[in-house]
Design a protein around this ligand. Structure first.
Ligand code: FA5
Length: 332
């Protein structure tokens, strides 16, 4: 009996080595290992043998079964590998036809402006800082000398987040909170710029977007004056735009600077475009961050990066930046 089974196992192995698909494999599995297979029937007959014979035959049977099972497993693995490479081959994308006609992507105008701004300010000795887009009332307002009752809060058209106490958490309405976060962590001298996204309930029009970008600048050192502020803005405008564009400061009001100004840059047609606000850091703001205003003075500025991109590329409408029309974006 064992002899016959050895030759059955050899036959099984030969056929399993050749099997070409999973259905055929399942059939061979039943034929050689199933309930009606020679191996299973032989096992049932073991009971009729004398104990000594039963032991030897049992061992031989187990060994033969293990061999056939091993061959089934190997065949299954071989078929799975073949199926996988067949699928990979079938799903392979032939990209060669795009060669030559493909266009390289490019950075968005606002990203280009932001990168260039960082380069210009790093070249002037500033480092780049960042802050979160979701802020608390402390960072967005209070530490900046804008208490809850202050009318200036209204001018920021804030988008609040429904978290915590009412009007306690918001999408930052300007990048000025990064001033506070920086001064909290670092003692002067401080020379940083902080570019990032800002949000207001503004309706989109030719010069406004509800989600836009600002860059904040903050300098705190000994003996800093309004002259340093004006010189820095002038130097930045010259480096960023080249020789023709001029800047001017106009008196203005921000609770976190005193005195405060707005700065404009000159357009080709002789008119001025408001770019941002600036001023000498208010002593209360320094105090809120644990910095002694008798020892240290500072200036800060904040302006719109999207407006800068509009100006630089002479666009008619700031909304062009977010329409995602590739015919427009491709030009840059
Ligand atoms: C501020 O946001 C102050 N934090 C600026 C500042 C910083 C003053 C440091 C003093 C010291 P203001 O709300 O004016 O100020 O906004 C500054 C600039 O952001 C604007 O001049 C404009 O360039 C840009 N800006 C404001 N709102 C929008 C908008 N909806 N879409 C596009 N740009 C905007």
């Amino acid at each position: 009996m064992i002899e016959t089974l050895h030759s059955t196992a050899a036959e099984a192995q030969a056929r399993l080595a050749e099997v070409a698909d999973l259905d055929a494999l399942a059939q061979l599995d039943v034929e050689f290992l199933g309930k009606k297979s020679a191996l299973t029937l032989a096992k049932r007959q073991l009971g009729s043998l004398a104990p000594e014979q039963r032991r030897t035959a049992g061992q031989a049977l187990n060994q033969i079964r293990a061999e056939v099972e091993g061959a089934v497993g190997a065949a299954r693995e071989r078929l799975a590998r073949a199926a996988l490479s067949e699928r990979l081959e079938a799903e392979r994308l032939d990209l060669t036809e795009f060669r030559g006609t493909a266009r390289r992507g490019s950075l968005h105008l606002v990203t280009q402006a932001r990168d260039r701004l960082e380069d210009v300010f790093v070249g002037m000795g500033f480092s780049v800082a960042e802050g979160p887009e979701v802020e608390s009332a402390w960072y967005n307002f209070e530490a900046l000398n804008i208490p809850e009752w202050h009318p200036a809060r209204g001018s920021f058209d804030t988008i609040f987040v429904n978290l915590g106490a009412p009007e306690e958490v918001m999408l930052r309405s300007h990048t000025s909170p990064v001033q506070i976060r920086t001064m909290e962590k670092q003692q002067p001298p401080i020379y940083i710029v902080a570019p990032g996204r800002t949000f207001r309930t503004d309706t989109a029009d030719a010069t406004h977007l509800p989600a836009f970008n600002q860059i904040e600048g903050l300098v705190v050192d000994r003996g800093i004056t309004m002259g340093d502020l004006a010189g820095t803005i002038d130097e930045f405008v010259r480096t960023f735009f080249g020789g023709d564009v001029k800047s001017r400061l106009r008196p203005s009001y921000f609770p976190f600077t005193e005195p405060s100004a707005e700065f404009d840059i000159s357009r080709a047609d002789g008119t001025w475009l408001e770019l941002g606000g600036c001023g000498m850091v208010h002593p209360n703001v320094l105090r809120n961050c644990g910095i002694d205003p008798d020892e240290w003075q500072g200036f800060a500025f904040g302006f719109g990066i999207d407006r800068l991109a509009v100006m630089r590329h002479e666009l008619d409408d700031i909304r062009e930046l977010v329409n995602n029309d590739v015919r427009f974006l491709r030009q840059f």
